[in-house]
Design a binder for this molecule. Sequence first.
Ligand SMILES: Cc1cc2nc3c(=O)[nH]c(=O)nc-3n(C[C@H](O)[C@H](O)[C@H](O)COP(=O)(O)OP(=O)(O)OC[C@H]3O[C@@H](n4cnc5c(N)ncnc54)[C@H](O)[C@@H]3O)c2cc1C
Length: 528
Amino acid sequence: MSPVAERKFWGWGREGEGVSESEVHQLGDSLHDRLGFSDLRLVDPPRLSDIRLREPRVQPPALLVHRCAADTRSRAEHTLGKSLRDYVRGLRAQYDHPPDFVAYPADEADLVAIVDWAATERVAVVPYGGGSSVADGIEPRVGDSYRGAVSVDLRHLDRVLEVDVESRSALIEAGTLGPQLEDRLRPYGLSLRFFPQSFEFSSLGGWIATRAGGHYATMFTQADDFVQALRVITPQGLVQTRRLPSDGAGVSADRMFIGSEGSLGLITQAWMRLQDRPTHRAGASVHFDGFEQAWRGVQAISQSGLWPSNCRLLDHNEALHSGAGDGTTAILVLGFESADHPVAPSMDRALQIAREFGGSLPPEEPDEDEARRWRRFFLRGPYLKEGYTRLGVIRETFETACTWDRFPEFHAEVMDAARKAVADECGAGIVACRFTHVYPDGPAPYYTVIAPARENAELDQWAAIKQSASDAVLRNGGTITHHHAVGRYHRPWYDQQRPDLFAAALRSVKSTLDPAGVMNPGVLVDPV
Ligand SMILES: Cc1cc2nc3c(=O)[nH]c(=O)nc-3n(C[C@H](O)[C@H](O)[C@H](O)COP(=O)(O)OP(=O)(O)OC[C@H]3O[C@@H](n4cnc5c(N)ncnc54)[C@H](O)[C@@H]3O)c2cc1C
């Protein structure tokens, strides 16, 4: 068996995998043909030898030295996440805030030792699962009041420790990545059925810590829904919550850690609710001439009690640029799944609703249908991102959620703000929208910007677009993030949206669990 390649320190996946040079050229050609982007310059990916990191300010504790690494590759890999800003900075060899070293604990005892040492030495601890953060969650940009920063990579905590078939749940270690997790549950006929687009290289602990959203569009959408109990190491000791199917005993201890983004402690294990692997499936795509007809149809389906597993609405631009359609219609990709019963009746009823709102089924396609093309795009997307960056094209997303009553005005204003900013900053480009998740009380719209960047101006151009769009999101009652997390990046808007007294209460919780303020400083709460 050939050895598994190392993870890339820049880009998605493992070294030697991902997009080929010819694919990047094809991408450039298609951006030229579809969007008229000309003069695209192709930059080489960064080389490790070009990266100069500042000297480590602290050394690992003697007892854990064998579990730590301070070589350039390890430190660079743990410096930047996977957003456009990270990719652009990586391409420019700007690794300004590397961890002083990376710790790879083998077990909870190692974790306790690191956290104790860090609290005593005033060294920031940055938990690291798969490193797929797009919100500056894993970047050790912690300010100068710390003597240093250690990135704590949980990759060796990767076992499924126990499966309770009776209650359909499993005890899983936090560093387990998506594919490993599913491989280990498969023999039991069970699945977590949680598939974020970053599934291949993101971890259970990361999903819980960021309240990630899976691929399934309705019913169980976020990691929150699957957590039965948690085990967390905080600087003040271990917190273990009780396994219960549901619980009315006061404020939820699990909820305090779900979404805490490493700022309160390290999640080491979780009991997770599982599902039987589906055996019945149905899929279809529906065309709508207008976007309003389409989202009104989706609203009706979301309130029908049918709970489709997939209910992804692509606006005209999204359909065109994902390759799912030709851009003349909005497309609703619908799917149903069950491990228990045939789903054709549910699909029939959902299609009936869609028709009532003007939807129509496209003529049969012999080779590949739209839902499949959409799925291929979804799986390939993470790898293509580095291609866009190398071509000097801004391709970035922002995502949110709002209630149906606000949606028409919300969407119009957010689109308007984003389009105007794209035109002002880039002169050309598009803004597309899809719904990643839909709830009976509102959708989770996800916006994609594709625009040509000026050389060396990508970061400023994107910052201006993001500012306008995010301001419009907050002004119109949305959230700064439905599932990408707050991190350091979304703090300015998160601070506006959270109630002041809640912020004060969160700071108190933080100072109780982490009095030295070493856990992921700057994420959710300012460093002390
Ligand atoms: C291509 C791409 C596609 C994506 N698709 C989705 C998607 O479909 N849905 C979605 O929700 N998000 C998505 N994301 C964002 C990202 O994958 C999620 O935020 C994911 O949950 C992060 O998991 P991770 O293991 O990579 O965490 P990391 O990036 O390593 O960490 C994220 C945050 O959680 C903290 N953390 C990590 N592990 C622990 C732990 N054990 N204990 C305490 N804190 C911890 C970190 O300190 C950091 O603040 C995508 C990102 C990319 C690049």
